[in-house]
Design a protein around this ligand. Structure first.
Ligand SMILES: Nc1ncnc2c1ncn2[C@@H]1O[C@H](COP(=O)(O)OP(=O)(O)OP(=O)(O)O)[C@@H](O)[C@H]1O
Ligand SMILES: [Mg+2]
Length: 319
């Protein structure tokens, strides 16, 4: 079983508005409401890929009830801690004429101390039947920035693989707790290692630096694939995975689809290079759909042949 953790779950509302202009009145031509938050999106994609998954996290108020109902309608197993304050609703406006998306995210609920402890208990209970736990997204207010770090440490004791996709302070703390895998995008990785990347050499050094900070394996997604340092045959290998970008319908959530693909392939025992290839194919395929985590597995399989996976030597240590 794979578990996905979404601590700041949301109702994601997407409005399709052609020629969207600030300060004008518009009519949407298409609208869709889905349960969201990064971990929920990852769970949806894993479910589509046919692997067993349970979504957990916090859900509060009537928005929380809708999140749980929508997951259940999609046949995504879920077990959330109910909290007193209302889960957030995030609104996105997508302009189909240029593919631009404008997002307005609510800050979300404040989680109480007792609720945060209930979640620790729930996760440790669920994890007894899990091989992999994926933590994705931001922390809601009320949780300490080292909340993910604490959860990662507890799961390590149980021998569960921990995969982390977050940013800022929560990532900085959690990486020191030695998660099995982290998968930031470029901006998140630059913030974590503390400098900008100007070329491919910087990017390959960056994944090594992320491993030195504590991650077992580090993957940095980029718009045309990823850079990754993964464990293999008792050592570590550095991979560059490349794919010609597609014209996106909606690029948001491609990181979540990447992670779902990578984790699903790993769950079935595929070698690292194939997990990365499959992740990139899922990230790419997801850009062709409006809702986050929506992927078509047949299209994913078709795309895998267009992806180039290259094992590269890490550049020499910078003195
Ligand atoms: N237009 C595109 N065409 C093909 N593949 C894409 C495209 N955009 C993204 N991808 C793939 O999706 C993966 C994740 O992309 P990216 O680094 O942009 O994620 P992200 O910034 O974390 O996204 P989000 O947080 O919105 O889910 C990458 O590995 C990339 O190869
Ligand atoms: Mg991301």
């Amino acid at each position: 079983m794979i578990i996905t953790v979404t601590l700041n779950a949301a109702i994601d509302k997407t409005l399709e508005v052609p020629n969207f202009r600030l300060g004008r009145r518009h009519r949407s031509v298409e609208q869709r409401t889905m349960a969201g938050g990064k971990g929920v999106n990852v769970a949806r994609a894993i479910k589509r890929l046919g692997q067993p998954v349970i979504a957990t996290g916090f859900a509060g108020g009537s928005a929380g009830t809708r999140i749980v109902e929508q997951l259940t309608e999609e046949s995504i197993l879920n077990d959330f801690v109910r909290i007193r304050e209302e889960s957030r609703t995030n609104t996105a406006v997508l302009d189909p004429t240029n593919g631009e998306q404008t997002e307005i995210n609510e800050p979300g609920p404040i989680v109480q101390e007792a609720e945060s402890q209930l979640f620790v208990d729930k996760l440790l209970y669920l994890a007894q039947g899990a091989q992999v736990v994926v933590f994705a997204g931001s922390l809601p207010r009320g949780l300490a920035p080292d909340y993910y770090a604490g959860l990662v440490r507890e799961l390590r004791k149980l021998g569960v693989t921990t995969v982390l996709d977050t940013d800022g302070e929560p990532l900085r703390h959690a990486v020191r707790a030695e998660p099995s895998v982290i998968s930031p995008n470029v901006l998140e990785a630059e913030e974590l290692v503390g400098h900008e990347f100007n070329d491919d050499e910087d990017r390959t050094i960056a994944v090594r630096e992320m491993v030195e900070l504590g991650a077992g394996e580090a993957i940095m997604t980029v718009s045309d694939g990823c850079f990754a340092r993964v464990l293999e045959d008792g050592g570590s290998t550095l991979y560059r995975v490349r794919m010609e970008p597609l014209e996106p319908r909606a690029a948001v959530g491609s990181g979540d689809a990447f992670l779902a693909g990578f984790v699903s392939a790993r769950y079935t025992g595929s070698p690292p290079a194939e997990c990365l290839r499959f992740g990139v194919a899922c990230g790419a395929e997801s850009t062709q759909h409006l809702g986050a985590g929506l992927i078509d597995p047949r299209e994913v399989d078709r795309l895998t042949s267009e992806i180039e996976v290259e094992a590269i030597e890490a550049p020499a240590e910078v003195p």
